[in-house]
Design a protein around this ligand. Sequence first.
Ligand code: FA5
Length: 351
Amino acid sequence: MSTEDSFDQLRTRALASLAEARVDAEIDAWRVEWLGRTDGRVTALLRAVREQPQDQRAAFGQAANGLKSALEEALAAKQDDLKRQALAALSTTQAIDVTLPGRPQPLGRLHPVTQTLRDCLKAFQEMGFRVAEGPEVEWAYYNFDAARIPEDHPARDMWDTIWVNTLIDGERKMLLRTHTTPNQVRVMERTPEPPVRVVVPGKCYRQEATDATHEWMLTQIEGLAVDEGVRMSDLKGVLYEFARKMFGQERKVIFHHSYFPFVEPGVEMAMDCFICRGSGAECKTCHGTGWIEILGAGMVHPEIIDNAGYDSAKHTGFAFGIGVERVALLRWGIEDIRNFYQNDLRFLRQF
Ligand code: FA5
């Protein structure tokens, strides 16, 4: 048999065995058997060229190289083929059916308290107040002392204040602020001279036995206006205008006298109860009073004006602290404030 014949036979065998390979591992085994760098059959033939008799060496070498190229080509074609088959399989098993309806992505929306907060701030911005912010973890000094709330005042009691357990000079001096009032002093400290006209929104925290109108975390908006000749009638005008913007003309507003150490005189403003329409009898929401309190307010105590470096003989001011959840309750007729932070989407989606 000639060299050519035996090379042809080898090629036929090699190609037949390659045709049987179905997966990558089989193809690789075939490559190692025939074209492997150390033990491959074709590699061995190429090495054997040197051992051939002089007159047959060229023909042998040519045939061996021809075989090598033929097998390499067949290998590349087989690998291409396999890739194409895999892709074709994918397109049938994992094809995207463009005729199916899409999966709806639920759209988010603002929390009802956030919506109400923004609407309240807008109402005050339209009356010339600017918006500022202050820290939620506050010094007892700003939360209490600077607001004339003395050491023995019940508001400092461990029952309604959430203290931060860090000792400074052996004492607990930081807390989660119980109201936004510390920002009255903070704003005046960084405003060298009146006029001041600012609203400061933020979360406040109290240890509360919660009920339909009390949560342990609440949102307040502190308002402060200080200038020459600011009077109680200015305070009432601003708050009436706020109530009109938020609730329309029909809702009733009432001012009661109240006491807060940082104002003199002090008032509370309440709206008629939307559940019992002011009749009061056995109403859980307004506790039978017919009114729901939404804010505390008053004329800034002269001592606080003077401590800020202003002159209380010349400058007067008013301040208020609005409970934003209460405004949201009244606005939509929600019976229980605890709904807001239970994260039940069936409730939240309604607003
Ligand atoms: C204060 O927090 C005073 N700092 C308000 C103030 C500011 C008075 C400036 C004078 C001048 P009070 O604790 O009443 O006061 O709270 C004010 C408002 O926050 C209440 O009218 C009510 O609307 C809301 N609020 C108070 N406690 C809660 C609570 N636990 N849950 C929900 N809202 C509350």
